[in-house]
Design a protein around this ligand. Structure first.
Ligand code: FAD
Length: 411
């Protein structure tokens, strides 16, 4: 089959590679360089344990703090509040226990297959040099937040996640170079991280091309069904026909869904990072300061301080307040830090129930979706790529895809 995959972030690159494994004729489209958007600037964690949504009931009680405290990692653009408000209400309505339990169950299913989605691809693409197998650490600087998180620990442990709780001394033993402001910490067994996310994406792209895949640096403008049940794709440079289309366009996916008649409540959760080359190798693993929603990841080019959530516009204008916030967090944990040399902003593709959208469109059986991976798309790209390839090529999938179907949203 001739298959178009639209969007070359980690989700699209993985989907395209899995489709090649099934022997398909695959063209991957992106108007930007592969892996250059959300998949570029993340904290790099392969977070098998991350099955608790950010809107879990434990955090619901902290919402007033998150809205009002000057050290809160939540930023809301008042100028865009009328646009984001309906999404935020839907997001908060998913804090109810039964909804959270549903999300936890289906994120756990996906995350427990995280390695199945990547192992073969990583071996074939030879990416081990860009990956570290050190476990990810969380740190809490206050009892209040640690106690809230403890409620989630038991939920995580029930789903098979192995957590080692750390005392202040344990943290100093593991990471002697940080200013140990943490009251407690945790290590998550089976987690690991990319030291250089763009190199991982580039290596996977190389694998795809080596296997005969094609990449076109073009923007897809419209998608139309033909009378012969093919799909016509119009791009910035022309038109072409495909038997199947997979939409992996991250936060921009609704621009294409509107041509199909589907719609998803998709919002950009903006995230940022700063880079300090002089702090290269200062820590061994990503450390997440939970109260500040901030990760410190030892990347190949220096320490990457990143995270936070900002509901704001889909453009690359950076909010100085956020940059200052991250810089303050950086200085508290690494007092010797210089002014960061690089800053970045990107867009997490998020839906209110924190589950990705994976599978066939009910409006057109030749079109498939794979987007909306919110805070954990770097972890889930491989498995969701594998699942969508199975649905298209094998008519049978390792996991039931109905919980991730676009059908759960009412138009
Ligand atoms: C600060 C931050 C930290 C994060 N940390 C982690 C982490 O530690 N672990 C984790 O698992 N996840 C993390 N994430 C989330 C993760 O990065 C995202 O979920 C993931 O990268 C989404 O991948 P994607 O392929 O769906 O989207 P993207 O990488 O954004 O790719 C979508 C692609 O589609 C292309 N596109 C869009 N429209 C069109 C069109 N019409 N035609 C052609 N191309 C199109 C875009 O150019 C883009 O390249 C983090 C995110 C942020 C912002």
């Amino acid at each position: 089959m001739k298959i178009a995959v639209i969007g070359a972030g980690i989700v699209g690159i993985s989907s395209a590679n899995w489709l090649k494994k099934y022997g398909q004729d695959v063209t991957l489209y992106d108007m930007n360089d592969p892996g250059s958007q959300a998949s570029y600037g993340n904290a790099g964690t392969y977070a098998k344990y991350a099955n608790i949504p950010t809107n879990s009931s434990s955090y619901f009680y902290l919402f007033p703090y998150l809205l009002l405290n000057k050290n809160s990692p939540l930023f809301i653009s008042l100028k865009r509040l009328n646009e984001t408000f309906p999404w935020i209400i839907k997001y908060l309505s998913n804090c109810r226990n039964e909804k959270v339990n549903h999300t936890v169950q289906h994120l756990t299913t996906l995350l427990s297959h995280m390695d199945d989605g990547y192992e073969d691809l990583f071996n074939e693409a030879n990416v081990e040099n860009y990956i570290s197998r050190e476990s990810i650490m969380y740190g809490w600087s206050t009892k209040l937040f640690f106690n809230a998180a403890k409620r989630d620990f038991s939920k995580r442990e029930e789903t098979g996640v192995k957590i080692t709780t750390l005392s202040r001394d344990d943290i100093s033993d593991l990471e002697p170079n940080i200013n140990n402001i943490f009251y407690k910490g945790a290590l998550f067994e089976g987690s690991y991280f990319a030291k250089n996310p763009i190199k991982v994406s580039e290596a996977l792209m190389k694998l795809f091309i080596k296997k005969g895949g094609k990449f076109k640096k073009e923007k897809v403008i419209s998608i139309k069904k033909t009378e012969t049940n093919q799909i016509n794709i119009k791009t910035s440079s022309g038109e072409s026909l495909h038997d199947r289309v997979v939409i992996t366009s991250g936060v921009w996916s609704n621009d294409l869904l509107k041509h199909i008649g589907d719609k998803v409540p998709l919002e950009a959760e903006r995230g940022y990072h700063l880079v300090n080359p002089e702090l290269k190798n200062i820590v061994k693993r990503p450390i997440s300061w939970q109260e500040r929603g901030t990760y410190f990841t030892p990347m190949s080019d220096g320490l990457r301080t990143g995270g936070i959530v900002e509901f704001g516009a889909l453009n690359e204008t950076k909010n100085e307040r956020v940059l200052n916030f991250l810089n303050r967090a950086l200085k508290e944990v690494f007092p010797s830090a210089d002014l960061p040399q690089k800053t970045w902003v990107g867009f997490r593709p998020s839906v209110p129930d924190s589950l990705p959208v994976i599978g066939q469109s009910p409006k057109n059986p030749y079109i498939y979706y794979n987007f909306g991976h919110q805070h954990i798309g770097w972890s889930l790209g491989g498995i969701s790529g594998k699942l969508v390839a199975q649905q298209i090529c094998a008519n049978n999938t390792d996991l039931d895809l109905s919980p991730y179907s676009v059908k759960r949203f009412k138009l």
